[in-house]
Write a protein that binds this ligand. Sequence first.
Ligand code: C5J
Length: 236
Amino acid sequence: MADTVTTIAAQPEPIAIDLARTALVIIDMQRDFLLPGGFGETLGNDVAQLQRVVGPLADLLAAARAADLMVIHTREGHLPDLSDCPPAKLNRGAPSKRIGDPGAFGRILIRGEYGHDIIDELAPMAGEVVIDKPGKGAFYATELAAVLAERGITQLLVTGVTTEVCVHTTTREANDRGFECVVVSDCVGSYFPEFQRVGLEMIAAQGGIFGWTAASGELIAALTDHSATAPSSAAS
Ligand code: C5J
């Protein structure tokens, strides 16, 4: 049987990853957040800050797929009648557009709309799990915990957007549930460069207070080694 455990360089210290018990989690790489003209931009954000993530994340996703890692995509969004969107979220601030309003890509953050779906470069493949979440954290009001338990997953490679909001919330939720989380530093993005830097530092500070951070190159190398040495499923 192939050895599935590999140690990767990470902050605050190296971490041993068992690829057989690890899932790649891709958070909210949705058109509404990433595309020019989308919801994120209507809030005054520079979407180029998030688009930087797409290339490295596409490479990591390809390596994860080649290594047969479990892949989970999440999408933040709501039912068309907004019954799962608390008023406190709906009425927050004074944006020019709100969740559920018509936007450039359909109703903003509404399930089934074009803008709510994942960008073409990272489109889920058949067999990959897609979690629709009404909150910032991927565990809140979703089936994620059950899906991970069923597959015996204990470690998560966390990627996506935005670093200080949904990536942080999901990582903190996962940490509290006993998962070891490696947040992939060049595969997470924030509209705010300062939040990106500090957001990553917060995870690994104090001895890794709620996780590790690592560069995608480290993980891609480990996944590629694993793909090269693992017996193919046809041969096993
Ligand atoms: C936000 C997210 N920022 N996916 N959502 O509202 O981080």
